[in-house]
Design a protein around this ligand. Structure first.
Ligand code: PHE
Length: 344
């Protein structure tokens, strides 16, 4: 039996793959006529006085071969795994790659912060359509057909004729919602309308063909220009902190009278670089247009401009995001480059 054990173990050492090991198992331990199995069966053929020790020895042989088999299989598995990890690019022993957690786009983050700032001042959020009628985008806010002010918004029209001409467009600003909100509400009104707008314009460091705006509208008895300024100052303080400088210029928008633009000081050059790409050398970056709602629009809503006044503003959210993080080019936002986007 010792000889048998030696022979079996040496054959097992020579078996170098799963098939060879299986053949070895059948030869030695196979149930039908494996050599050790047959040996065990032959106990009865042994002379009476040797049976006990023969049986014990054969059993011990069987057990030692079984454990040698298990050890050989384990060893072979380890060798194969090692070969796999050293010879191929796939290292199956590495832990899986963790799923990267996404995050909100910087413009979305900024939009939400702006919305929160106005909500804290008592404004409610409303929404309006991105594909808009000409009559809301232009006529309703005092920009009739052929009015030169239409040139201020180079428009992307929807290629569909209604009554023989194009009347649908991608809204160029959120201001049509002044009219939409007044159509379905009664004063006192304090509403903001966030959303995307579209303009067919040449892109540069501060202009994109798609932009995000927040329209603000307040209509009530006794609303004054100082209320508008107070709200916008408070907004600027909440978003940029007390040390950011703010300036109001008078400006023209057909739907407000008087009209203003509010700008923040240029964070890149602080007004010292005449060739600054961000402020174009002016030292200021316009972030919003605003003004007192034109009395004609108040009257069109049926409120009566003798009794009610209001203010409106439109904020460019990408500009706000540029300013708060000191980003030098608005085009980064929509270039879809994770190296940029994952910084926020
Ligand atoms: N709608 C204007 C624009 O997009 C901004 C604006 C809104 C100006 C409300 C005045 C009042 O440029």
């Amino acid at each position: 039996m010792d000889e048998l054990r030696e022979e079996a173990l040496s054959a097992l050492r020579d078996a170098s793959d799963a098939d060879a090991i299986e053949r070895w198992r059948v030869e030695w331990l196979g149930r039908a006529d494996g050599r050790v199995t047959s040996l065990l069966r032959s106990v009865r053929e042994q002379p009476q006085e040797q049976r006990a020790s023969f049986g014990a020895n054969a059993n011990a042989l069987k057990q030692s071969l079984e454990s040698a088999l298990a050890a050989r299989q384990e060893e072979l598995r380890r060798v194969q795994l090692e070969a796999l990890t050293t010879t191929s690019a796939l290292d199956v022993t590495l832990p899986g790659r963790p799923q990267e957690l996404g995050r909100l786009h910087p413009v979305t983050q900024t939009l939400r912060d702006c919305i929160r700032a106005f909500e804290e001042m008592g404004f409610r959020v409303a929404e309006g359509p991105e594909v808009e009628w000409e009559k809301y985008n232009f006529d309703g806010v005092r920009i009739p057909q052929d009015h030169p002010a239409r040139d201020m918004w180079d428009t992307i029209w929807v290629d569909k004729l209604v009554d023989g001409r194009r009347q649908m467009l991608l809204r160029t600003h959120t201001s049509p919602n002044q009219v939409r909100v007044m159509e379905r509400m009664e004063p006192p009104i304090r509403v903001i309308v966030p959303g995307k707008c579209y303009r067919q314009e040449a892109t540069d460091a501060t202009h994109e063909w798609m932009l995000t705006q927040i329209e603000g509208l307040a209509v009530d008895e006794g609303i004054r220009m100082s209320d508008l300024k107070g709200v916008l100052y408070e907004f600027a303080r909440k978003l940029f902190g007390a040390d950011r400088k703010i300036i109001f210029h008078h400006s023209y928008f057909p739907f407000v009278e008087p009209g203003v633009e509010m700008a923040l000081d240029c964070f890149i050059c602080r007004g010292s670089d005449p060739s600054c790409a961000t402020c174009h050398g002016t030292g200021w970056i316009e972030i919003l247009g605003a003004g007192m709602v034109h009395p004609e629009i108040i009257d069109n809503a049926g409120y009566g401009s003798d009794r009610y006044t209001g203010f409106a503003f439109g904020i460019g959210i990408e500009r706000v995001a540029l300013l708060r993080w000191g980003i030098e080019d608005i085009r980064h936002f929509y270039a879809n480059d994770l190296r940029f986007l994952s910084q926020f």
